[in-house]
Design a protein around this ligand. Structure first.
Ligand code: HEM
Length: 538
């Protein structure tokens, strides 16, 4: 077994068991000195000034002064829960990942979030929702950091700061806080029309979910699964809620936000406490991993495109049950650090340029949010697999490393990460070909179609869903000051659907422009509708 942690003097350090700073019988300072009075500061006489000498006073106030850590730069508001993922074994034929082997149960922690609001904002703002899952697998941690909308605003991560700057509150007055009802948002999405697909999902009922328990989740990007023989397939991940997909009406959202800004957070916690444990089935759409990485004319590396389920069915691979609330919001929901880099053997990335940028961003942001490089030691982030990472020291180091040779291999500590009798199953970087070797900044031509999929979404909606979408565009655009921004967005709507554009234009009191793109015949995808795809073929 692993050697006991020892101090430089050779004594047991006592830090191996989890630190419980509130476990002692008596009130103490942080260094364990007992205190009898925590209600009065030390003064020069009963009416005198407070003395600098009062360590207990200064420690208490100073620690309190530093209680907050920076909120996440996006997805600041969230709610988390623990649970378990049980694999059906159906994905074991396409991936060697331990988490996909038959009947394997893997502990998970999920954090649901809104994207734009601050930590104290209301749950039911019209927004995308984060759906991030940490799988503590026996072969290391796998994070599936997804959203409740299957596409994203931009195709290249270099535009992420731009879309977030445009969607966060205006820099002058910080108004509006968390809704898409402002000029910069509509300025951005009408200038960068690749964002129109994500935006129509936001304007649909999906933007105001009834509950976290009734949301779908999507990995968005195409990922790669690899089996033990090194064979690979491309997949898109889907979470399907057992309770079905449900939203609220806009008026309901306004009332709920006013009466209970914590409505989603409370719903999740109450349901779990009452034993109504929410469940999601994880499924994959599977595609051949060929050189083109296209399917039925859809570029699988373009994160603004879906593949309709009617063309590639979602195959269930396991069931997730959330059955335990966090016991400490800060330690779990706030300090959890998801990262699309957290991959395990059998699961790998593709060249989607949005995903590639995320592989840099999360680790980088967590270095400042969680104060240095040692946040993997925080209980919620610790892997449930043995670790031998050769990383040392740094801010907030809590491990007491043993040995003298922090490098691998070495002969001084006898440090072999894989005991000889255990099969070594290292992570395999899948040897995917790199198609082009010319250094350039442009997009593939297949990324240039920005309208056929928003149109597909629109055509797949029922009448009542269409009405809600048109009302949402009219309300949100109605809040814009700049006429030119409204006009440019109306042009984008005309390119999606003339009827939609006409209704919104009338609501705004503006003329409806003519489309500038031509669509071929588009077959609606009933699976996109929350009411079962009753919209007839166009
Ligand atoms: C946080 C999803 C794109 C940067 C998050 C979270 C989710 C998420 C769910 C919250 C995680 C949590 O609950 O702690 C997505 C999805 C994307 C996407 C599905 C596209 C498909 C991007 C891109 C970037 C980015 C392109 C940057 C280039 C961040 C950052 C955070 C974050 C900096 C805060 C992380 C933290 O402080 O721990 N994202 N995101 N995201 N995302 Fe993304």
């Amino acid at each position: 077994g692993a050697p006991e942690p020892v101090s430089p003097t050779g004594r047991h350090t006592g830090i191996d068991p989890p630190l419980d700073a509130q476990g002692g019988e008596h009130l103490t300072t942080a260094h364990g000195s007992r205190r009898g009075d925590t209600d009065h500061s030390l003064k020069a006489g009963r009416r005198g000034p407070v003395l600098l000498q009062d360590h207990h006073f200064r420690e208490k106030i100073s620690h309190f002064d530093h209680e907050r850590i920076p909120e996440r730069v996006v997805h600041a508001r969230g709610a988390g829960a623990h649970g378990v993922f049980r694999s059906y074994g159906t994905a074991s034929r396409i991936s060697s990942a331990a988490v996909f082997q038959k009947d394997v149960e893997t502990p998970v922690f999920v954090r649901f979030s809104t994207v734009l609001g601050s930590r104290g904002s209301a749950d039911l703002a019209r927004d995308t929702r984060g759906f991030a899952t940490k799988f503590y697998t026996s072969e290391g941690t796998w994070d599936l950091v997804g959203n409740n909308i299957p596409v994203f605003f931009v195709q290249d991560a270099i535009k992420f700061p731009d879309v977030v700057h445009a969607a966060k509150p205006h820099p002058d007055r910080e108004i509006p806080q968390a809704q898409s009802a402002h000029d910069t948002f509509w300025d951005f999405v009408s200038l960068h029309t690749e964002a129109q697909h994500h935006t129509i999902w936001n304007m649909s009922d999906r933007g105001i979910p009834r509950s976290y328990r009734t949301m779908e989740g999507f990995g968005v990007h195409t990922f790669r699964l690899v089996d033990d023989a090194g064979r690979s397939v491309l997949v898109k991940f889907h979470w399907k809620p057992k309770l079905g997909v449900h939203s609220v009406l806009w008026e309901e959202a306004q009332i709920a936000m006013g009466m209970d800004p914590d409505v989603h957070r409370r719903d999740l916690a109450d349901a779990i406490e009452a034993g109504a444990h929410p469940q999601w089935e994880l499924g994959v759409q599977v595609f051949e991993d060929n050189e083109e990485q296209m399917f039925e004319g859809i570029d699988l590396l373009d994160p603004t495109k879906i593949v309709p389920e009617e063309l590639a069915p979602v195959e269930p691979v396991g069931l997730m049950t959330l059955d335990r609330n966090p016991s400490n919001y800060f330690a779990e929901t706030e300090q959890v650090a998801f990262n699309p880099n957290n991959l395990v053997r059998g699961i790998d990335v593709t060249n989607d340029p949005l995903l590639q940028g995320r592989l840099f961003s999360y680790l980088d942001t967590q270095l400042s949010r969680l104060g240095g490089p040692n946040w993997t030691q925080l209980p919620i982030n610790r892997p449930h697999a043995p670790v031998n990472d050769m990383l040392r020291d740094g801010m907030h180091q809590t491990a007491v490393h043993t040995g003298v040779a922090p490098y691998h291999p070495n002969t001084l500590d006898g440090n072999n990460p894989f005991p000889a009798d255990e099969p070594a199953r290292p992570f395999i970087d899948h040897p995917a070909p790199v198609a082009e070797s010319v250094k350039e900044r442009g997009n593939p031509v297949t990324f240039e179609d920005h309208y056929s999929q928003p149109r597909l979404f629109w055509l797949s909606m029922s009448d009542v869903e269409k009405e809600h979408i048109a009302q949402a565009y009219t309300f949100e655009l109605g809040k814009c000051w700049e006429q030119s921004v409204k006009e440019r967005q109306l042009q984008a709507l005309a390119n999606i659907d003339e009827k939609l554009c006409a209704v919104v234009a009338q609501g705004l009191g503006l003329p409806a422009p003519k489309p500038t793109v031509k669509h071929g015949r588009i077959k609606p995808s009933p699976a996109l509708s929350q009411v079962g795809g009753q919209w007839p073929l166009d």
